[in-house]
Design a protein around this ligand. Sequence first.
Ligand SMILES: Cc1cc2nc3c(=O)[nH]c(=O)nc-3n(C[C@H](O)[C@H](O)[C@H](O)COP(=O)(O)OP(=O)(O)OC[C@H]3O[C@@H](n4cnc5c(N)ncnc54)[C@H](O)[C@@H]3O)c2cc1C
Ligand code: FES
Length: 271
Amino acid sequence: MPHVVDCKITAHQEAGRGHYRMALRAPEIAAEASPGQFCMIEVRPGYHPFLRRPMSIERIFADGISLLYKVEGEGTRLLSGLAVGQSISVQGPLGKPFPVDAAWERPILVAGGIGVAPFPGLAEAIIRKTGRVPEVVLAARNDAMILCKKDFERMGCRVTLATDDGSAGRKGFASDALAELAPGPGAVVYACGPMPMMYSVHEVCAAAGVTCYASLEAFMACGDGVCMGCVVEANVEIEAERMVRVCADGPVFDTTIIDWTAQRARTGARP
Ligand SMILES: Cc1cc2nc3c(=O)[nH]c(=O)nc-3n(C[C@H](O)[C@H](O)[C@H](O)COP(=O)(O)OP(=O)(O)OC[C@H]3O[C@@H](n4cnc5c(N)ncnc54)[C@H](O)[C@@H]3O)c2cc1C
Ligand code: FES
């Protein structure tokens, strides 16, 4: 059951160029949250900006949560200007989390840019619940945009880097790095990043017969399943529609239920 609570900011630091990590005191949300779920953040009280902004829960603590975000536009710019001790209204936890199952012997997390946000918490949950340490692929435009590498290394994760310009790790895409790791029987892949990255990761997984869960992005208004503003085309019918709501049916989906041909057409990429 999502809560709407005023949460005090307990820490707020730069986490990389144009990226910030914010810790919030939110015991009610932390008590019910799981990795992969998100919150709707009111970046400023009042009517401007009008809509709350969706943010993944990065990590879950006994008395609160952290967010990891990139400054994109006005909402996240306003968020970045808030100081420790101020409060913001947070609605959450929302959406469906990443499934975690000890039967999967080889969990692999694949992140593109700020898509890494839900993965520190997911890696912690996988280690705690299954005793397995996930492998991690971090992809970004360049070295300066790689986030959370040290956090994963501290957990014992083997981290593979991929950058567009080759300034860290292999030159290439997240899906290329994943293909080199050769996921096979017993593997499960968790992906979060831009849509083109996620369908490439889906294709690698589909070719290898590996289950892949992706946390999708969409513009959101209500965040809890009412407005239908966040729908994406699906291969399955839910309530007579071949559409799923990213906020309520996701944001985490088994990638086989997403209509990737429609997503590719929508984002202007070759179907
Ligand atoms: C379920 C979910 C979880 C998310 N988790 C995170 C997170 O953990 N960290 C983080 O930094 N961001 C996350 N996002 C994206 C974040 O919500 C947007 O970047 C943010 O709302 C932008 O708000 P703004 O006012 O700064 O930018 P706006 O002024 O609203 O937009 C600025 C630019 O960002 C683009 N944009 C805005 N919203 C989105 C969106 N939802 N998806 C893709 N592009 C968008 C716009 O096209 C525009 O180019 C998440 C989105 C979803 C749907
Ligand atoms: S944002 Fe309103 S239904 Fe998803």
